[in-house]
Design a protein around this ligand. Structure first.
Ligand code: CO
Length: 519
C-alpha cells in the first residue's frame, strides 16, 4: 500500500476491508495520543503552575480513551481477518505486513494485562514517585524500600502476564515494552566486553599525566546569545524549524504530534554552554528522526520509530559522533568567537575541544560523560535483572549499588540520594528501560562507522559545516523505514553486522587517547 488510502495488495475483499478499518482505527487512536503529547509538551514549557490539577484531569481522560481504543475487541477481529489472508503478509517487510505485525504485538500486549493490575500499577507508582522524592530529599532509602518492593512484585506479575520464551527470563518481558525483542542475554553479550574494555580505558585515562582542560565549561556567557548559538547549530544539522520548535524546560526532551510538528526543548546555564549545546544537539537528533519519518504512514507502525534504543542512537550520534568531534569543532570554533566575542577571545581551540570531551568518573548518571555513561547503565541493568530473577532483595540494593560503583568507576557513593535514589525510572514502575540508553550509544557508533564508510569525506564535510550528507543518509537508511525492521534486524540491514561493542570502543579510543596523551 503506497498511500494512506491506497488499496492493500489482496484479492480478498473481506481482508481488504478489515485492513482499511483497522488502519483507520489505529490512526484515530494515534490522533488522540498525539493530542495528549501536545498537552504534555505544554505542561513542561508554557503552562502556569496552577493549571496542573486541571491538566492532570485532561491527560487522565485522554489516557483512558486511548486505552479503550487500543484494547477495542474489534482490533482482534480485524487482525484475525487480515492474518487469515496470506496475500497481505506475503512480503514480511511490506507496509501491510509490518503494520499487521506491530498492531498485533501492541494489541496482545495491551490485552494481556488484567485491568486490576494496570490500576494497581498506576496507583502504586504515583505513590512511589512521591515517596521516592521524599526518600531522596531525606537521603533515606528505607522510605522508598517498601514501594520498590511492591513495584518489583507487580512487575513480576506483569512479566508473567506477557510471558517470555523458554530460554529467557522475566526481565525480557518487561524490556520488550521499550525495546521490542530485547533480551537480558543479548544485552549481557553486548555489555560484558564493553565493560571490560571501558574499565581498562578509564584506568589509563585517569592515570595519565596529560588531562584536557575543562576551562570552557566555567565561562559565563549571556543566555540570549547562547539561545541563538544552539539554534544556529541544529539548524545547520538540518532540523527544520518550519516543522518544529525549540523551547526551554527543566529536563530536555523531544516530542510533538507529527513529523511536521516536532517539539524539542533544551536548558541553559549561564556558565555552561557545553551543557546547553550537548542537550540541544541530542534532542535535535531525536527531532531529525521524527521529522524524517514517512509522512504518508504517520499514525501507523510503518510511520513510527523503531524503538527507544534506535531513537537514542540518533540523538547520541548528533551529540557525540558529530558534536564532540574534532572536525565539527574546526567548523564551530571560529563561529563561537563570532557569537560571543570578547568573552571567549582567549580560549584556544584545544581548550574548547578538550572541555567538550573531559572524562570524569562520578556517581551521577545524568552528568556523566560519553565514556563513563555506559557504566551507570550497566549497574542499573544488573540490579533490575537480579531483582526480577529474585537474586537480589530490595533491601540489599544500596549496598550492591555502592559496591558496583566502586568496582566499575572507582568512586565512593556518598549517600543514597547520590546513589540508588538518583533516578526516577523505578519509582515510575519502569523496569527494563535503562539499557536502551547504552544500546543507543552502541547503535550510534556502529551506524556512524557505516556512514563514514559510505561517505568517505564525511568528516571533512563537518569541518566545512556541511551536515546534509549525513542527514540524508540517516533519512534513507533509518528514518524512512518506520518500524519496517526490528532494532537488531535494522542493525544487520544497515551495517551488515550484529550489534557489537567494537565500534563504540574504537570511537572512544581514537578520540580520547590523543586528548589524554596516550598512544
Ligand atoms: Co534521548
Amino acid at each position: 500500500m503506497s498511500t494512506t488510502t491506497g488499496t492493500p495488495p489482496t484479492t480478498n475483499g473481506r481482508a481488504a476491508e478489515a485492513y482499511e478499518q483497522l488502519i483507520s482505527h489505529v490512526k484515530e487512536a494515534q490522533l488522540l495520543g498525539s493530542t495528549a503529547g501536545l498537552l504534555g509538551w505544554d505542561q513542561e514549557t508554557m503552562m502556569p503552575p496552577k493549571g496542573l490539577p486541571f491538566r492532570s484531569q485532561q491527560l487522565a481522560l485522554l489516557a483512558k480513551m486511548a486505552h479503550g481504543m487500543r484494547t477495542d475487541p474489534r482490533i482482534g477481529e480485524w487482525l484475525d481477518a487480515c492474518e487469515s489472508d496470506t496475500e497481505l503478509t506475503a512480503e514480511p517487510t511490506s507496509v501491510p505486513a509490518v503494520n499487521l505485525r506491530e498492531i498485533r504485538r501492541d494489541y496482545d500486549r495491551s490485552t494481556k494485562l488484567p485491568s486490576e493490575l494496570v490500576v494497581e500499577l498506576s496507583q502504586t507508582s504515583s505513590m512511589a514517585k512521591a515517596e521516592w522524592k521524599r526518600a531522596r530529599e531525606q537521603r533515606e532509602f528505607g522510605i522508598f524500600k517498601p514501594h520498590l518492593e511492591k513495584i518489583v512484585e507487580l512487575n513480576r506479575r506483569k512479566a508473567e502476564c506477557y510471558g517470555w520464551p523458554s530460554d529467557g527470563e522475566p526481565w525480557d518481558a518487561l524490556a520488550d515494552g521499550f525495546e521490542p525483542g530485547c533480551t537480558a542475554k543479548e544485552v549481557e553479550t553486548a555489555f560484558k566486553p564493553l565493560r571490560e574494555k571501558l574499565v581498562a580505558l578509564l584506568t589509563e585515562l585517569m592515570g595519565s599525566s596529560t588531562q584536557p582542560s575543562d576551562s570552557f565549561n566555567r565561562i559565563k556567557l549571556p543566555l540570549e546569545q547562547q539561545k541563538k548559538f544552539v539554534r544556529y547549530v541544529v539548524e545547520q544539522f538540518g532540523f527544520d524549524f518550519e516543522r518544529g520548535r525549540l523551547d526551554i524546560s527543566t529536563h530536555p526532551f523531544c516530542g510533538g504530534t507529527h513529523c511536521n510538528d516536532v517539539r524539542m526543548t533544551t536548558r541553559f546555564h549561564e556558565d555552561n554552554l557545553s551543557d546547553a549545546l550537548g542537550s540541544t544537539m541530542h534532542e535535535a537528533g531525536h527531532g531529525i528522526y521524527n521529522q524524517g519519518l514517512p509522512e504518508e504512514h504517520i499514525g501507523t507502525p510503518a510511520g513510527a520509530s523503531v524503538s527507544l534504543g534506535i531513537h537514542e542512537s540518533q540523538s547520541r550520534m548528533w551529540e557525540n559522533q558529530v558534536g564532540r568531534s574534532k572536525s565539527f569543532w574546526q567548523w564551530l570554533y571560529p563561529k563561537l568567537k563570532d557569537f560571543f566575542g570578547e568573552a571567549v577571545a582567549d580560549l584556544s581551540f584545544d581548550e574548547v575541544y578538550g572541555s567538550n570531551n573531559v572524562v570524569k568518573p562520578d556517581f551521577i548518571r545524568v552528568e556523566a560523560d560519553e565514556a563513563t555513561y555506559n557504566m551507570h547503565i550497566m549497574v542499573r541493568f544488573e540490579i533490575e535483572r537480579a531483582m526480577m530473577n529474585g537474586k537480589l532483595e530490595v533491601k540489599d540494593v544500596p549496598e550492591y549499588w555502592n559496591a558496583k560503583y566502586k568496582e566499575y568507576l572507582d568512586v565512593d557513593v556518598p549517600n543514597d540520594a547520590k546513589g540508588c535514589l538518583q533516578d526516577i525510572h523505578w519509582s515510575m514502575g519502569s523496569i527494563g528501560y535503562f539499557p536502551t540508553y547504552t544500546l543507543g550509544n552502541l547503535y550510534a557508533a556502529q551506524f556512524f562507522d557505516k556512514a563514514k564508510e559510505e561517505i568517505p569525506d564525511l568528516e571533512e564535510q563537518f569541518a566545512r559545516g556541511e551536515f546534509s550528507a549525513l542527514k540524508t543518509w540517516l533519512n534513507e537508511k533509518i528514518h524512512s523505514h518506520g518500524k519496517r525492521y526490528r532494532a537488531a534486524d535494522l542493525c544487520r540491514v544497515v551495517t551488515g553486522k550484529e550489534l557489537s561493542a567494537e565500534p563504540l570502543m574504537n570511537h572512544l579510543n581514537s578520540k580520547l587517547r590523543p586528548l589524554y596523551g596516550l598512544a
